[in-house]
Design a protein around this ligand. Structure first.
Ligand SMILES: [Fe+2]
Ligand SMILES: [Fe+2]
Length: 291
């Protein structure tokens, strides 16, 4: 029997998340489990806050593993989110004694742990909102683009934006703070390919595979509320290209993820999928027992 704990969305860089994260870390440090999975959105833009957050779990007796979240790829102007993802977070993990699952799988007895940030490719966008895809790619809803000179060109001379879409003023802040050398679709494909590679390596060595992700690999896990501001944002919750990779590998039994700040559970084929559901102020832990 192996006990695995998963949490995520600590957002330790945000003031109202600090106390709840410290209380969570204390609670987890008192638990008995073989593995702790931390599923991204940990420290935000500053690497020293990431390191500080990881140190809170120093009392936990099992193996500690993490995947990055979109907020962990936020950088200062002229920063490089790909370097942050591939090099800098890996260095912090090494220094703090955490296994960085985005770099390679981890093995405990006959169980493999595979992790991946996941990403979005705009396939979760809700057609009924009437927002053309270029707004999703720019990470700004039409009502917000109208007010900002650097985004107004998305509207100039265009007649394809219905008035209900003009009322949405959401911005997805990855648009300001994540700096990648290619678009979201290409980044998602690159990550899905890496997930496929890690799963096939893990399947050669392990009896079963547990996967941790930040973004949601199945649209069924996305909660839509009917509030257009939130429903616009659900575009950024993930992509099923990751779900397809998971379903193709029969040794994967569990998928644990974060990012939507809502607890969900679903079953698909050989997979049990759960999202942790931590919010900024209310931190949650999911526990699973493996036979
Ligand atoms: Fe988050
Ligand atoms: Fe997130």
């Amino acid at each position: 029997m192996m006990r695995v704990l998963a949490t995520g969305d600590l957002h330790y860089n945000i003031r109202r998340s600090r106390g709840p994260t410290e209380a969570l870390a204390e609670r987890i440090s008192r638990e008995t489990a073989e593995v702790l999975l931390l599923l991204g959105d940990i420290g935000g833009r500053r690497l020293e806050v990431l390191a500080e957050a990881l140190r809170l779990f120093g009392g936990f007796g099992g193996k500690k593993m993490l995947v990055a979240g979109n907020h962990d790829l936020w950088t200062a102007p002229r920063g490089d989110s790909l370097r942050r993802y591939e090099v800098e977070i890996a260095e912090v993990c090494r220094e703090e004694g955490w296994h960085y699952l985005d770099a390679c799988p981890a093995y405990v007895d006959e169980v493999a742990f595979v992790g991946n940030i996941g990403w979005y490719d705009h396939s979760y966008r809700l057609a009924s909102l009437g927002v053309p895809v270029r707004f999703y790619q720019a990470k700004i809803a039409p009502g917000a683009a109208a007010r900002l000179s650097e985004h107004r060109h998305l509207l100039d001379g265009m007649r394809d934006v219905p008035s209900r879409a003009m009322e949405i003023t959401t911005r997805w802040m990855d648009g300001r703070h994540v700096r990648l050398p290619y678009g979201d679709e290409a980044f998602s494909e690159h990550l899905a390919e890496k997930l496929r590679r890690h799963l096939s390596e893990a399947a050669d060595r392990a009896r079963k595979i547990i996967v941790g992700m930040h973004h949601l690999p199945f649209a069924e896990m996305v909660v839509r509320t009917g509030n257009p501001a939130w429903d616009f944002a659900t575009n950024y919750l993930g992509s099923e290209i990751f779900g397809e990779v998971l379903l193709a590998q029969p040794k994967v039994t569990h998928l644990l993820c974060a990012h939507n700040h809502r607890a969900r559970e679903m079953h698909r084929g050989h997979l049990t999928c759960r999202s942790v559901g931590s919010t900024y102020t209310d931190k949650h832990v999911v526990a699973i027992e493996l036979a």
